[in-house]
Design a protein around this ligand. Structure first.
Ligand code: NAG
Ligand code: NAG
Ligand code: NAG
Ligand code: NAG
Ligand code: NAG
Length: 551
């Protein structure tokens, strides 16, 4: 309603200043020398509005095709700086297009049904700085198209149908978006100021050495969602300013160290490298040696089977390492030893059965806060496997096959806040282990084989969230546990699952009326057998726990 009122007001304003077409005025003022016009067939129509020296124009055409005809003289638009045609459904540029508007600096032709763009559509020495041509049907960008746009700073050609792109030298170009097209190859002129180049969601299968030669200032290169199988040696060598390189969701089976260049003592400034969702099976020794500033490395969703101490050499600044959803069976001693600044390590959804004593090397990794081992096949953990990680705050061991916990493992973890042990085969959590967990705030022990917890009173002083369902608790013990949790105001996680809606059993009634807190004695009650019968159809993999894993 407000908009309509405005519309009327400005219509009145225009009308009082003596404009024709009362009742059907095409334009309203937005600001000084700034207009919005509707259902305009040609810029010529604006001469009726009578205003002079326009600065900014936005056109909204729902029904009318806007044609930019050649030889019309529109001198009141000669100084037009901003033109927004993004709400024009169909734009026809004829031969001269925007060349009538040599002072145009901002042009938005996003979603205007454009099938072609030519060099002649722009004035020679055009002042254009910002061009948004996204969401059109453009098929080809040749050198000619942008040849007149030497002042261009920002260009967006995303969501077109481009199959090829060849750019001329663009001395000021800073951001270029070519994502969501059908590009099979690209070639760029010298663009020394280009900082952001978006090429994701295209069909690039190869990158050749010369691809990025003129782009020395590039900071961010997005190449995810292409079909890259192979990257030539030294392709990224010229990009010595690059901070972010995204190669995720391609078809790479390896990343040869030489793609970054092979010279001795040569280093790149890369901070983030994303290789997720490729087909990488092997890492090379010294693979990342030239990336001493790298902070985040994503190798998730590949097919890596083994990690050894040569793989992460040189990554002294690395803070986040994502290795989830690979086929990792084996972590050799010292594999993570070089990662002195590591903060987060995600190894979830792999095939680990055992975690070695020396995986983290002999030195303490004082910065490691989050370790995710969820959804492996861990049966045993060496009691000292995590001894180099005394500052862990988050540890997920959920969805494994652990039968017991060793106090030697938990004793040094004085900072642990979240401990996820759900979906294992634990029958007991010893009082000594519980005593170590004094800083734990969130505890998941659901879906194990627990029938009781021993002496609760002084344990878990920090606890405020817990999951306990899916265990064959003796009902007497369960009631005690619940009372204790209530008295401590601990919140239940997943309270809306079948267990708490009365659809699944929360505990098993035993032959005695007290809580048996002794594993042997409890076993004699055959509680597990009873519970398993009742449980049959339960738990497939619990997505929640896995995805909650690393924030
Ligand atoms: C162009 O217009 C579209 C639609 O109004 C808008 O979403 C987009 O942000 C504009 N582009 C620029 C560069 O302002
Ligand atoms: C380019 O345009 C698309 C579609 O409007 C938008 O999502 C994207 O953020 C733009 N790119 C840049 C770099 O501004
Ligand atoms: C780009 O790919 C097209 C189609 O495969 C091919 O015709 C053309 O020669 C290629 N151009 C360059 C510069 O490689
Ligand atoms: C890489 O691209 C994917 C898909 O577009 C995106 O989800 C991810 O956040 C990007 N990674 C980086 C480091 O930019
Ligand atoms: C635990 O504490 C409650 C109330 O504080 C007390 O009644 C109970 O006897 C204590 N149990 C044990 C085993 O110390």
């Amino acid at each position: 309603m407000l908009v309509n009122a405005n519309w009327v007001l400005s219509a009145l304003w225009l009308c009082c200043r003596g404009f024709p077409q009362v009742g059907a005025l095409p334009c309203r003022t937005l600001a000084w020398r700034s207009f919005e016009c509707r259902e305009l067939a040609s810029l010529q129509d604006l001469s009726d509005v009578g205003a002079e020296n326009w600065h900014s124009l936005a056109v909204r055409n729902e029904r009318t095709e806007l044609a930019l005809d050649s030889d019309t003289s529109v001198e009141y638009l000669a100084n037009l700086v901003e033109l927004d045609l993004s709400a024009v459904q169909q734009l026809n540029l004829h031969t001269q297009g925007f060349s009538l508007l040599p002072n145009l600096r901002h042009l938005n032709i996003s979603g205007s049904g454009l099938g072609e763009l030519h060099g002649s559509h722009f004035a020679v020495e055009s002042a254009l700085q910002h061009l948004d041509a996204s969401h059109n049907r453009l098929e080809l960008l040749t050198k000619d198209v942008l040849g007149n746009l030497r002042k261009l700073i920002y260009a967006n050609f995303s969501h077109n149908a481009l199959t090829g792109c060849e750019l001329p030298h663009l001395p000021l170009l800073n951001r270029l978006d070519l994502s969501h097209n059908r590009l099979v190859n690209v070639s760029f002129g010298v663009c020394p100021q280009l900082q952001q180049l978006l090429l994701h969601e295209n069909r690039l299968a190869q990158l050749d050495v010369s691809a990025f030669r003129g782009l020395h200032g590039l900071l961010e290169l997005q190449l995810s969602g292409n079909r890259l199988t192979c990257i030539a040696q030294e392709t990224f060598l010229p990009l010595n300013q690059l901070r972010v390189l995204n190669l995720s969701h391609n078809a790479l089976d390896a990343l040869r160290p030489s793609v970054f260049g092979a010279a001795q003592n040569f280093v790149l400034n890369l901070q983030q490298l994303d290789l997720a969702g490729n087909h990488i099976r092997l890492l090379f020794d010294n693979q990342f040696r030239v990336l001493p500033r790298l902070q985040a490395l994503d190798l998730s969703r590949n097919s890596i089977a083994s990690l050894s101490s040569g793989h992460f050499v040189g990554l002294g600044s690395l803070r986040k390492l994502y290795l989830q959803s690979n086929d990792i069976l084996e972590i050799k001693p010292g594999a993570f030893a070089a990662l002195a600044n590591l903060d987060t390590l995600d190894l979830s959804r792999n095939s680990l059965e055992y975690f070695e004593e020396q995986a983290f090397g002999g030195n303490t990794l004082t910065r490691l806060r989050k370790l995710n081992l969820n959804a492996n096949r861990l049966k045993r953990l060496h009691p000292l496997a995590l001894s180099s990680l005394p500052f862990l705050e988050y540890l997920s061991l959920g969805h494994n096959e652990l039968r017991s916990l060793d106090v030697r493992m938990f004793a040094p973890m004085r900072h642990l806040q979240k401990l996820h042990l759900g979906h294992n085969l634990l029958e007991e959590i010893g009082p000594d282990v519980m005593d170590c967990l004094s800083s734990v705030m969130e505890l998941l022990i659901d879906n194990n084989k627990l029938t009781f917890l021993v002496a609760l009173n002084d344990t878990f002083p920090s606890l405020n969230r817990i999951a306990i369902e899916g265990n064959p608790w003796q009902c007497t013990c369960f009631v005690e546990l619940q009372q204790w949790l209530t008295s401590k105001r601990v919140t239940y996680l997943r309270e809306n699952t079948g267990y708490y809606k009365g659809e699944r059993p929360l505990c098993v009634v035993t032959a005695v009326d007290y809580c048996i807190q002794n594993l042997q004695a409890a076993r004699r009650q055959k509680i597990h057998a009873d519970f398993e019968v009742e449980q049959e159809d339960t738990d497939a993999f619990d997505e929640d726990d896995a995805s909650a894993a690393v924030d």
